[in-house]
Design a protein around this ligand. Structure first.
Ligand code: PLP
Length: 287
C-alpha cells in the first residue's frame, strides 16, 4: 500500500508529493507544526492540538488561507487512507512559497502551504520502553527565546537529541543560564519530590505548553496529587524520588537516569507508571 500525504489541497502518494524549494518552511523554518497521537484509530486531544496550532500561527502572524475547521476532516481522511491504527499524525503550515526575502510575502497573493501525514507506530515498543524507563542527559538550552511557539526551527533540539543519543540516552533535558531545567528537547520535563509533589516548569515563553503536560495536570487532580509549576534545578532533579517526560509521542515516560545519576534506584517510578496507565482514560479521543 502506497503511503498518502495531504499537500496543498491534494492527497498524493509520497513519491509524488513535494514542497517547493522556495517554500518558506525550507528557507527560513517559517512554519509551525503539530503532532497528534492516534490511538486505536482515534485522535488524542486533537482539539487542544489544533488550538495550539492556531496560537503558534497567530504568534508568527501566519494567516492560513483555509478554514481551520476543515482540518479534523482532512486529518481523519489521512489516517483512513494510510490505515493508521496506532501512531501519529503530523501537520505543518508554512507562510507559503515566495521569492526569498526576509520580509513576509503578501498573504493575499501567497497561499500558506499545508502538509499532513500520518505514520504507524507499534505501541508495544513504546510500552516496553516505558517498562524499562529512559535515560536523559542534560544539555544547555540554546534554542531561540520563543519555544512556546511550536515552530519548525528545531535545529537546537535536533543537536540536543543527537547529543543524548551519542551518550546512550533517549532525551536531553535543557537547562537555562540560571541552571533551571526548562524542558526536554522534544518533551516536557517533570520530577516528583520527596513529598510526592509533581513539579514542572511553568508555561512561560521558555517552554512549549505540552498538551500531554496539561493532561497530566488533569490526571493529578483526579488522583489528588499536588503539582507545582515552578522551575527546578539540575541538583533538585537528581535528588528527586521520580522523574518523567511527557509528549504526545511518548505519553508519560518514566526517567530512570539523569546524566548517569539513578532516579528511584534506576527503576521507573510508581507514580509515573500510574499516570501513564491512566492517561488515555482522561484524554479526549476523537473518531
Ligand atoms: N516540549 C517540546 C519542546 C516539544 O517538542 C514537545 C513535543 O513535541 C513537548 C514539549 C510536548 O508537547 P505535547 O505534549 O503537546 O506533545
Amino acid at each position: 500500500m502506497s503511503r498518502i500525504i495531504y499537500i496543498n489541497g491534494a492527497y498524493q502518494p509520497y513519491e509524488k508529493a513535494s514542497l517547493h524549494v522556495e517554500d518558506r518552511a525550507t528557507l527560513f523554518a517559517d512554519s509551525v507544526y503539530e503532532v497528534i497521537e492516534i490511538k486505536e484509530g482515534k485522535q488524542v486531544d486533537s482539539e487542544a492540538h489544533l488550538k495550539r496550532l492556531c496560537y503558534s500561527m497567530s504568534e508568527l502572524s501566519i494567516e492560513p488561507d483555509f478554514s481551520i475547521r476543515t482540518l479534523p476532516f482532512i486529518i481523519k481522511e489521512v489516517i483512513r487512507r494510510n490505515r493508521v491504527k496506532n501512531g501519529y499524525v503530523y501537520l505543518q503550515i508554512s507562510r507559503g512559497r515566495a521569492a526569498r526575502d526576509f520580509i513576509f510575502p503578501d498573504p493575499a497573493t501567497t497561499p500558506t502551504s499545508l502538509i499532513i501525514f500520518a505514520r504507524s507506530k507499534n505501541p508495544d515498543i513504546l510500552n516496553d520502553k516505558a517498562r524499562r524507563g529512559i535515560k536523559v542527559i542534560t544539555h544547555p538550552d540554546i534554542r531561540w527565546k520563543r519555544p512556546d511557539i511550536k515552530s519548525t526551527a528545531l535545529i537546537a533540539s535536533v543537536l540536543a537529541r543527537q547529543a543524548a543519543k551519542d551518550s546512550g540516552a533517549d532525551e536531553a533535558w535543557l537547562y537555562n543560564d540560571k541552571g533551571f531545567v526548562t524542558e526536554g528537547a522534544a518533551s516536557n520535563a517533570w520530577i516528583i519530590d520527596k513529598n510526592q509533589h509533581l513539579i514542572t516548569h511553568p508555561a512561560t515563553s521558555e517552554i512549549l505548553k505540552g498538551i500531554t503536560r496539561d493532561g497530566v495536570m488533569r490526571l493529578a487532580k483526579e488522583f489528588n496529587l499536588t503539582y507545582q509549576q515552578r522551575p527546578f534545578t539540575l541538583e533538585e532533579a537528581k535528588q528527586a524520588s521520580e522523574a518523567f517526560i511527557t509528549a504526545a509521542t511518548n505519553l508519560v515516560m518514566p526517567v530512570t537516569h539523569i546524566d548517569d545519576c539513578p532516579i528511584n534506584n534506576g527503576q521507573p517510578g510508581p507514580v509515573a507508571q500510574k499516570l501513564r496507565s491512566k492517561f488515555h482514560e482522561f484524554a479526549q479521543l476523537t473518531a
